[in-house]
Design a protein around this ligand. Structure first.
Ligand code: GUN
Ligand code: ZN
Length: 429
């Protein structure tokens, strides 16, 4: 068993800084070490002590760089990698103009494989070690993504996107029955295979018939250990659309709830314009909401209430929402989360931002302590950050009086140039 010892500044957490004072649950070691073997973290602690405990270990010294858990992107669309940064549309037009035509190309398994590999390599270059992705309606798009993840040893969560309503274009529709059958077959094939986990994936209420939502609710009831991912209350126009399509529903969340698609392993992307009843129900069932701040600004969706929803005890994840989001970088995503917090009147601390991108997202995925965690027993997915990666950042971090001030400069101005190294499952990439 080869042991590795990574030396640098370390950043670890023992609780939720959205509900507890961040300074109580955050552990920074100026000269720290992470011991790794067999794909897992054995121990995190002071470098001096770990050096004497793990004498035979191979040592990689990252100097003043910051060793963190790898970033966990809790909501993205790998098939939209190629259309990121497409101009000028809001959600419904953006889907019709850019997204759906691109997703049609995934009928070709070779194209799906090429984009899957490209999106994972981009993620790794940005320090992201886990992605939670929507695929397309094509089962082969799911195979391509999980296969590319297995090649890279990455922990991935994904599912076949289901759409059977005529609001989605012909050529990008399944049926209630085929969505159930294909999702079930993919779930049996991939869920728990290596580091893959399957998420049942109705795109959102407007592109599914009640029959399809019901079928996927039944599938989830048969496989309650799976996650279920979808979209909720992203734009005001979308909510009005849902109201027209589901006139009997109490609100948007109810279009899921009435078909068995509200539960503790439900992941509700965006969740911006929520009614009080919706928030109460999400809290009651211990569901997860996912903040996609670059997307919410880029597509003009609105301002997610990170501190309010996190303060209610909701599981809150952070995500790029590629390609509605405008960056592959979870650092850029933290900057956008900070900006939106400020616009809502609450400044997120550097420790809270970092927690959201690691522990928070992992907790939203019900994988707390397993990924996104720099601590004993966690899977050794690690991101090493250079806190002086550009001249602009270096001149700011040079005068920082604390790790938080230094880290904040990288969170606000950093990108893939700040990522010094990435370890996946205990192996250097
Ligand atoms: N709502 C339904 N589908 C999508 C999508 O692909 N991206 C975003 N941002 N919102 C959606
Ligand atoms: Zn999305």
């Amino acid at each position: 068993m080869t042991q590795h010892l990574l030396l640098g500044q370390t950043l670890a957490y023992s609780g939720n800084p959205l509900t507890a004072p961040w300074s109580d649950v955050t552990h920074h070691e100026r000269r720290g070490a992470v011991a790794i073997a067999d794909g897992r973290i054995l121990e995190v602690g002071p470098a001096d002590r770990l050096r004497s405990t793990y004498r035979g270990a191979k040592v990689t010294d990252y100097g003043d760089d910051l060793i963190s858990a790898g970033f966990v992107d809790a909501h993205m669309h790998y098939p939209q990698t190629g259309i990121i940064a497409s101009w000028g549309k809001r959600l419904i037009d953006w889907l019709n103009t850019y997204t759906f035509p691109e997703e049609m190309r995934f009928a070709d398994p070779a194209y799906a494989a090429e984009v899957a590999g490209r999106s994972l390599d981009l993620a790794l270059a940005h320090g992201t070690t886990t992605l939670t992705s929507f695929c397309t309606i094509h089962p082969a798009s799911v195979d391509a993504f999980f296969a590319a993840g297995a090649e890279r040893g990455m922990r991935l969560i994904a599912g076949k996107t289901c759409m059977d309503r005529d609001t989605a274009p012909a050529g990008l529709r399944d049926t209630a029955q085929s969505a159930y059958d294909d999702s079930r077959a993919l779930l049996h094939k991939w869920h728990g295979t290596g580091r893959a986990a399957y998420a049942i994936t109705p795109r959102f209420s407007p592109t599914s018939t009640p029959g399809q939502l019901e079928a996927l609710g039944a599938l989830w009831a048969e496989h309650p250990d799976c996650l279920m991912q979808t979209h909720l209350s992203e734009q005001v126009d979308e909510i009005a659309w849902v109201r027209g399509l589901y006139p009997d529903a109490r609100d948007y969340l109810d279009t899921y709830e009435r078909f068995g698609l509200l539960g503790p392993r439900g992941l509700y992307g965006h969740s911006i314009h929520l009614e009080p009843r919706e928030i109460d129900r999400l809290v009651e069932v211990d569901a997860s909401v996912v903040h996609c701040p670059t997307s919410n600004a880029f597509i003009g969706s609105g301002m997610f209430d990170t501190l309010g929803l996190g303060g209610r005890g909701l599981r809150v994840g952070l995500a790029t929402d590629t390609g509605g989001g405008s960056s592959f970088s979870m650092l850029r995503t933290m900057a956008a989360a900070y900006d939106i917090g400020q616009l809502r009147g609450g400044a997120l601390h550097a420790a809270q931002l970092m927690w959201l991108a690691t522990e928070g997202s992992a907790r939203a995925l019900h994988m707390g302590g397993v990924i996104g965690h720099l601590g004993a027993g966690a899977e050794a997915d690690i991101c090493v950050l250079d806190l002086a990666s550009t001249p602009a950042i270096a001149q700011r971090s040079a005068r920082a009086e604390s790790i938080w001030e230094a880290l904040f400069a990288t969170q606000m101005m950093g990108d893939d140039r700040a990522v010094r190294a990435v370890w996946v499952g205990g192996a250097a990439r």
